[in-house]
Design a protein around this ligand. Sequence first.
Ligand code: GLU
Length: 314
Amino acid sequence: MPITRLAPSPTGALHLGNARTFLVNWAMARQQGWRVLLRIEDLDGPRIKADAAADAIDTLRWLGMDWDEGPSYQSRDPAPYHAALTRLAAQGAIYPCRCTRSEVLAASAPNEGDAELRYSGACRPAGPTPLEFVADPRVAWRVRTEDRTEVFDDGCVGRVSENPHRTVGDFLVATKAGVPSYQLAVAVDDARQGVDRIVRGVDLLSSTPRQSLLRGLLGLAPEPAHWHLPLVVGPDGRRLAKRHGDTRVGYYRGLGVPPERIVALVASWSGLPKQPRLSAAQFAQRFDIARLPPERVVFQEEHDAWLKAADAGS
Ligand code: GLU
């Protein structure tokens, strides 16, 4: 049976953009009989907020979603990530980096059209050197990227090719003190949890070639199928965030807006006609990924007003 995952990062409360991604992912799974895992991606230490994981789980349930396995928490068992890092180090595929943040920033070249920087390679050894992986508070670890293009076919975006060596260079696989990076943790977890269907926001599109590269180095199972969904942005075109006012699902819930109203708004953004209310189960019956508008959704004041309108309640 195919397997997908809902993978919230408890760095803040779920907003309407997250709700749309999760509802589409969940609807595709329930339509097509995929198994759903709930995985809490809570490795990003300083950005993790207390209670945000419990809040995300509660919000997903309140919206009407369910899952077949989990929640699992990445922070609870470092062993699979450390095993992968040990293996990569023994292969000479990763190397320790002692650069400080400001050194990395100063030496990195901005990467065209993107906010991400390309690592200069200051700590990169001349050739692949087999090493022992150690967690050290002063040392991060980076992968030796080869000058090679990764190619995959995305269900929303079409063919994607990217050469991570050229775009971001030797990216982090562990931050200081041996904490696995997002890229490493996701590559390891998707493979060990048998995830073969990935549905997420298009902001993560350029992570896929990095995760493929790591999967390849680790000899992990075949590449999952991907759908990178258009984002929900604010009127300024930037990804939905605090600057656009309170767009948390919990905010509307607190005002007495029912979950079916939020699902109905998401449905109207996702190729379905606007209806006053729709349950998650009804959304799953009617949603069609082939009709998902390819443009990003611009969250406007009128959406906020519609959620709060008098006919929102039952
Ligand atoms: N945890 C990530 C997020 O909330 C999603 C990771 C993924 O889907 O690979 O943005």
